[in-house]
Design a protein around this ligand. Sequence first.
Ligand SMILES: [Zn+2]
Length: 266
Amino acid sequence: MVEKSINLNAFNGSMDKVGPRLKEFIITLVNSIKELETEKIQTDQNTILNLWPTKTLEEILSDPLFYEKPITQPSLLTLDQYFNSLQDKKVSPEIIKSLSLVNVDYRGFDNNIFHGQVVIRNDLVSSIREVFKRILTETDFPLTSVFPISMFNWNSSSKLNNSSVFDWRLVSNILNNYEISDHSVGAAIDINPVLNPWMCKGLENSPNFPYNPDKKGTLYKDSDVVKIFKEAGWKWGGDWENSKDWMHFYRPEIMFKYYGKVEVME
Ligand SMILES: [Zn+2]
């Protein structure tokens, strides 16, 4: 395992300048990611959400068109299950308080309507509800599934083209350092991640599922879904210059507010 350190630049300054509450948050996050890395990752059928109950994970992923196969509607998380999932993952209490479990409806690739859920910051609840309502009523854009990644045992969610918001992890950047992710404060959503991969300039990151804007469920400049997110105040990773995070919509002003709050706490 490669030793990684926290990228202090991600916190807009050195650790000395970080307030005690953020310091505690960072330490909890780092411990959480270390646990995740050392854990033997279980990807068997019992540990993932059963969207295609007759198939094993291996069988699902060997089908290049798995994401458009009809899924089985799973039961939604109850509030108790939701809180337990966050506590099991040792999410910091401050973050738990800032999050909500939100029901959203979406269109599947078979054109049926499914009930999904996202875990998102309290102050983004009405925005995400509006976005999902508009995607469903104004477009024919399909999604494979929209469920909290705890329902995938915090694993396999993006591999299975699940769209999700909150993810209790750090991301490692190009310098192999950890950075705080806007997903870990519930301020970003990934849409159909298999069809809309993260791509470094000049690199093809998903040889099995290459980015192809002609495929249904794919995001591209001026697509209806991108327009709807932008009109609701979201920024899009497809607009970046040096890399493309086609799946990623985010709220930079919330990350700024988050760190701004930390400045006040010093
Ligand atoms: Zn993302």
